[in-house]
Write a protein that binds this ligand. Structure first.
Ligand SMILES: O=C(CO)[C@H](O)[C@H](O)COP(=O)(O)O
Length: 231
């Protein structure tokens, strides 16, 4: 296991300790969340941990189902007690996020919005002082006329690149495409960029998660973790 993976596992361990029996959980997507799922299953094998999860992707649904974690969806529960998810960038101070390099940003945001508490798990390499420093911003776009939508995105002064899967455009679980947008660190305040992107008709959602993180658990390669609170 490399340093980043050890950090992810450490963050996952601390997050899973926040789970109480009876909780309805949002289950994010990605390699850090894979550790969370494994550790939930480990706890369920050792103790009574009566939880039900809403997965944010088909990938997470498959993994959780293989582990025997009970699952439901937001048509069957009205609110979630706690959602746990990874991130591609975590901004110090605000704990604003870029998410979606794993392609699940739309369902992740729907699940986050249904949750009373939203906790982020990440390794140290994800912490930045300015969003967009390392990662592009994924923007989910409807397939119809997506090149025209990309031109409207580019007019905001950022550089959208269509995400590919071999020779074809990558498709999300919702059948949409993703434009990974570069240069957002120079495009002004994230909240203003979010509003301008969402005002474009073909844009479904962006990977900006602003002002929603209760805490970020940052795992270190030495197996420990640090909790960051907003402010
Ligand atoms: O937003 C995501 C998926 O859409 C993931 O949470 C994000 O990409 C982090 O993934 P990982 O834990 O593999 O670094």
């Amino acid at each position: 296991m490399d340093d980043a993976a050890r950090g992810k596992q450490a963050a996952a361990r601390a997050a899973v300790a926040l789970i109480d029996s009876g909780m309805r959980l949002g289950l994010g997507t990605g390699s850090t969340m894979a550790f969370v799922l494994d550790l939930i299953a480990e706890r369920r094998a050792r103790e009574t941990l009566d939880v039900v999860g809403v997965p944010t992707s088909e990938r997470t649904r498959d993994h959780a189902a293989r582990l025997g974690i009970p699952l439901t969806d937001l048509d069957h529960v009205d609110a979630l007690d706690l959602a746990i998810d990874g991130a591609d960038e975590v901004a110090t101070g605000t704990l604003d996020l870029i998410k979606g390099l794993g392609g699940a940003l739309l369902r992740e945001k729907i699940v986050q919005q249904a949750a009373r508490r939203f906790v982020v798990v990440a390794d140290e390499g994800k912490v930045v002082t300015r969003l967009g420093s390392h990662a592009p911003l994924p923007v989910e776009v409807v397939p119809f006329a997506h090149a025209a939508t990309a031109r409207a995105i580019a007019a905001l002064g950022i550089v959208p690149r269509l995400r590919m899967d071999a020779a074809a455009p990558y498709r999300t679980d919702n059948g949409n495409v993703i434009y990974d947008c570069h240069g957002i660190d120079a495009a002004g305040a994230p909240a203003a960029l979010q509003s301008r992107l969402l005002a474009i008709a073909g844009v479904v959602e962006t990977g900006l998660f602003l002002g929603v993180t209760e805490r970020a658990i940052i795992g270190r390669a030495d197996g420990g973790s640090t909790e960051m609170l907003p402010g």
